[in-house]
Design a protein around this ligand. Structure first.
Ligand code: ASP
Ligand code: MG
Length: 438
């Protein structure tokens, strides 16, 4: 008997039919003798619809009221799913985030979990009930409803799995797991059978949209094994664990899945996957006096307006070493604030120009095997040059290389690099069942 946390995304509970299918799956897991905790997202596009309706009423909705509103989407799901499970003769009860003991700080819209006291959930499953928890929400110390940020139901699920010492946290979505690249760009992307938590963190942090970044951080910190899979098929998905052999040893992988895995090579590839990101912009501050403290001022100003800087490159022209150009990338939503704040500091910093380019894309190649294998950058740059794609900026970590290209070149770049690293599947494998990837 295992304790299993199952999280179902919005596309898996989009309508009554889908709810019933999920309920059957939950009931099946319960009847197999496991203790089951379910976390649900809002149905389909409910969260977006709620945001649109609020925007029709006011462009200045108070943050607190917005969180109460958005938390309603998940509450509808939890109640309906609980009814569907009960209708199958399996006892289930629904719980809000507050009832499930998810305590957060008061940062509405992006609350952080500060404590987990899931007593009622633990008691319910001990008593043989299925506990169904509304994702994406918690309660602040002032007893106000908070939400955890878009995609936050993943984090609810992993946090509950950690607090309840669950054997596995299953993340159900509408694709068969994590892929070596976005199947919408690379139809030959293949499903990743296993991935380390570190690789998953890099993928999620650099644009792969399948998992909430904080959920991955939680899973890593508390050693929660994740299994990302489709609620539309019985197929084995992607196991995320820092000891990839572990899920098989614990008997959590069904025999059929092990048979399927034998078709795949045993040796770990150097590169596991490619993430891409279209959501960043680039700013260059030109001709800054090349003096101590000037770069610090530029980034202090970025920090003061709350911008999250990603890549940074400084170059000093050979023709005039008294001056420097600093280029950096940042989320597109932060660009206007940074440009205005830097413009206001023009006389103080004494730069010449601000150049702004919103049309950039970032490709990130990720693989734990990079640590021990030379030649990865050479191969990456070779593949891009063969495809005639110019590289603008480069940054690296121990297990990642990211390059910035023109936005128009990004899709082609991802496909070319995917092929160059031998990641193409022999046949098209990726199926998006529900259509949203959530
Ligand atoms: N319903 C929320 C959203 O759409 C949370 C989630 O689905 O994880 O972002
Ligand atoms: Mg999601």
């Amino acid at each position: 008997m295992a304790l299993i946390v199952q999280k179902y995304g919005g596309s898996s509970v989009a309508d009554a039919e889908a709810m019933k299918r999920v309920a059957a799956r939950v009931a099946e897991t319960h009847e197999a003798g496991h203790r089951v905790v379910v976390v649900v997202s809002a149905m389909g596009d409910t969260t977006d619809d709620l945001l649109d309706t609020a925007a029709e009423i006011t462009s200045h909705a108070p943050d607190r009221e917005m969180d109460i509103l958005l938390s309603a989407g998940e509450r509808i799901s939890m109640a309906l799913l609980s009814m569907a499970v009960n209708a199958l003769g399996v006892p289930a009860q629904a719980y809000t985030g507050a009832q499930a003991g998810i305590r957060t700080d008061s940062h509405y819209g992006r609350a952080q979990i500060v404590g987990m006291v899931p007593e009622r959930i633990a008691r319910a499953v001990r008593d043989g009930q299925v506990a169904i928890v509304a994702g994406f929400q918690g309660v602040s110390e002032h007893e106000d409803v908070t939400t955890l940020g878009r995609g936050g139901s993943d984090t609810t699920a992993v946090a509950l799995a950690a607090a309840l010492h669950a054997d596995v946290c299953e993340i159900y979505t509408d694709v068969d797991g994590l892929f070596s690249a976005d199947p919408r760009i690379v139809p030959k992307a293949h499903r990743l059978r296993t991935l380390t938590q570190e690789e998953t963190l890099e993928l999620a942090a650099h644009g792969a949209k399948i998992l909430h970044l904080r959920a991955v951080e939680f899973a890593r910190r508390y050693g929660v094994p994740l299994h990302v899979r489709s609620s539309f098929s019985e197929k084995n998905g992607t196991w995320i664990s820092d000891s990839p052999a572990n899920p098989e040893l614990t008997g959590m992988v069904p025999a059929a899945a092990l048979a399927d895995s034998q078709e795949e090579p045993m040796e770990q590839p150097v590169v596991s996957g490619i993430a891409h990101d279209r959501s960043q912009d680039k700013i260059t501050v030109t001709n800054i006096p090349n003096l101590p403290g000037k770069a610090a001022r530029v980034f202090e100003i970025c920090a003061e307006v709350g911008a999250n800087i990603d890549m940074i490159v400084q170059n000093i022209p050979v023709t005039d070493p008294t001056r420097a150009n600093i280029t950096f990338t940042l989320p597109e939503g932060d660009a206007k604030r940074v440009l205005d704040a830097l413009e206001a500091a023009r006389d103080e910093i004494q730069f010449q120009d601000l150049r702004y380019n919103p049309n950039i894309g970032k490709l990130s190649l990720i693989g734990a095997g990079m640590r021990t294998n030379p030649g990865v950058s050479a191969k990456l740059f070779g593949a891009l040059s063969e495809a005639g794609i110019n590289i603008d900026l480069i940054s690296t970590s121990e297990i990642r290389i990211s390059v910035v290209t023109r936005l128009d070149d990004l899709d082609r770049a991802v496909a070319a690099v995917h092929t160059a690293f031998g990641l193409d599947a022999t046949e098209t494998e990726a199926v998006v069942y529900g259509g949203t990837g959530r």
